[in-house]
Design a protein around this ligand. Structure first.
Ligand SMILES: CC(C)(COP(=O)(O)OP(=O)(O)OC[C@H]1O[C@@H](n2cnc3c(N)ncnc32)[C@H](O)[C@@H]1OP(=O)(O)O)[C@@H](O)C(=O)NCCC(=O)NCCS
Length: 157
């Protein structure tokens, strides 16, 4: 098993995403967010940042993903994280975020940030648990005009 592949439970692993996963990833995105990224965005993330794109696979089925970008200032940016509703609350979201953070850390990232909807209680709770702190608000971030919190984690190794 490579350093980028982690056994999460008897039937689930987190591994690097592949092109053939994109359809499943997009379907999870659509089921998880009111304003999903278009498929083209995922293709771009996979082409430009394959090191920071992971899926959770359970019994040969892709049930979750996380995708990140390394910004020009050296920060890690969590672009999207989602798990199929049927597979939530089993630790997969945490496992995905942990593997992405480790990939960022290996590349010397010291600061990781993300945007999360102010109404997304589960997401905010997950990120707080991981040590992310709210540092600001991006107004009218979503197409319906609602705001996003910006959450940041400073990583000390
Ligand atoms: C947020 C999300 C990725 C969590 O995935 P998950 O596999 O259920 O996460 P985990 O089982 O690892 O849970 C980790 C922690 O998240 C928080 N959490 C997750 N779901 C929660 C819920 N329904 N209610 C309250 N807290 C929740 C808890 O702190 C939980 O830790 P705990 O189980 O020790 O209490 C998932 O709910 C999801 O895909 N939501 C829709 C998309 C989204 O909001 N993505 C994140 C914002 S970009």
């Amino acid at each position: 098993m490579s350093e980028d592949e982690v056994q999460v439970s008897q039937e689930c692993v987190v591994r690097r995403a592949r092109r053939s996963d994109l359809r499943d990833i997009y379907l999870i995105e659509v089921k998880s967010f009111p304003y999903p990224y278009p498929m083209e965005a995922f293709i771009t993330f996979l082409v430009l940042y394959p090191k920071y794109f992971f899926v959770a696979e359970c019994g040969n089925r892709v049930v979750g993903y996380v995708t990140g970008v390394r910004e020009e200032d050296g920060s890690g940016h969590v672009m999207s994280l989602a798990v199929l509703p049927s597979h939530r609350r089993r630790g997969l979201g945490s496992a995905l975020l942990r593997v992405l953070e480790e990939a960022f850390l290996r590349d010397g990232v010291k600061r990781i940030y993300l945007e999360v909807s102010q109404s997304n209680k589960e997401g905010i709770k997950l990120y707080r648990k991981f040590g992310y702190k709210m540092v600001g608000v991006k107004q009218k971030y979503y197409p319906d005009g609602s705001d996003a919190y910006v959450m940041v984690k400073e990583v000390h190794t």
